[in-house]
Design a protein around this ligand. Structure first.
Ligand code: BDR
Ligand code: CA
Length: 310
């Protein structure tokens, strides 16, 4: 897979899961402005890869430093000023590619003998640029799995989820592309988490990577700024989207029309998910077109996914 991130407490957990999972081959990691400014995202990503002992030649590149139209708006309130909840991971001197993230994606897709999955866990600016700059190359992807959007409530606004809200135009380009898209949205993002006991056990480990994971989860467990309290607060977030790739059977996945709202106003950045019908029912019901069909993860066997992650 290609992994596009804005690391980020939960992006860090997703990178850990993807790099360590035996069935996943991460070919490149690309960074985009989102939770924190791009230079911070890049450094955080490298710190996490170091902690994992990932090969130093795993390509890492920086991409868009701002959304297509919007000004950058970070999420430091949810991830801490440094984006990693202040956990103690050493500064990284890992080599970073000279290529722009979009160029690295292009080369990696073209060099691959098999179609790759692009996993996007951040605002979709890099992915939209890839689709617009190199449509033929992008068409060689197997699919795009993204954390973003919601079939219910939002977090950045009442109805918009952060990654889509941050760059709605980019999200629209991605959702409307010809590629198969899977949306792992807030409906599940907020629900898969670890209980306090598991978090404490991880944090008390003698293995530094496990301790770091425990501290990341603990940061969210202790966060009181608008996140729901209780066990679900120690959620695995973006990592759940990667879990959906290796264990789709643990997820409730429906194919539904989704439209990204880009008009100015209170709904900007909302993913309007039409849950009134199933695939192929459009003509039958005579409903107006309400967006392109994408796979929407509406729910998950939460405990089983948390166990898989652990
Ligand atoms: C998304 O926004 C970011 O803060 C998280 O890393 C996640 O990708 C959740 O809305
Ligand atoms: Ca993220």
């Amino acid at each position: 897979m290609l992994l596009d991130v804005d690391t980020g407490v939960d992006d860090a957990m997703a990178i850990m899961f993807a790099v360590r999972h035996q069935d996943i081959d991460v070919r490149a990691v690309t960074c985009v402005d989102g939770n924190v400014p791009l230079p911070r995202v890049l450094q955080n990503t490298c710190r996490v890869l170091d902690a994992l002992g990932a090969p130093r030649d795993l390509p890492v590149a920086a991409g868009a430093s701002r959304p297509l139209l919007e000004a950058p708006r970070d999420a430091a309130q949810a991830h801490g000023a440094d984006g990693l909840g202040g956990i103690l991971l050493p500064h990284s001197d890992r080599p970073v590619s000279d290529l722009h993230a979009v160029e690295l994606m292009r080369r990696t897709i073209e060099d691959s003998r098999e179609p790759l999955t692009l996993v996007a866990l951040a605002p979709l600016t890099n992915v939209a640029l890839l689709l617009r700059m190199y449509p033929e190359t992008a068409a060689r992807l197997q699919d795009i799995v993204l954390m973003g959007g919601s079939a219910s409530v939002g977090n950045a606004t009442a109805v918009a989820e952060f990654n889509v809200w941050h760059d709605p135009e980019a999200a629209r380009i991605v959702f409307e592309s010809e590629l198969p898209v899977r949306m792992y949205g807030l409906d599940v993002f907020d629900r898969v988490g670890l209980d306090e006991e598991s978090v404490a056990r991880l944090a008390a480990s003698t293995d530094p990577l496990t301790t770091a994971l425990g501290e990341l989860l603990d940061f969210w467990l202790r966060d009181e700024d608008g996140l729901p309290g209780g066990p679900e607060a120690a959620r695995i977030g973006d990592a759940g989207a990667v879990c959906s790739l290796v264990a789709p059977d643990l997820m409730d996945i429906r194919t539904l029309p989704v439209r990204v709202e880009t008009a100015a106003g209170p709904a900007r950045g909302q993913t309007v998910v039409d849950r009134r019908r199933g695939p192929g029912e459009d003509a039958e019901h005579g409903l107006a077109d309400t967006g392109k069909h994408v796979q929407v993860v509406l729910g998950a066997q939460e405990d089983a996914v948390a166990r898989l992650f652990l």
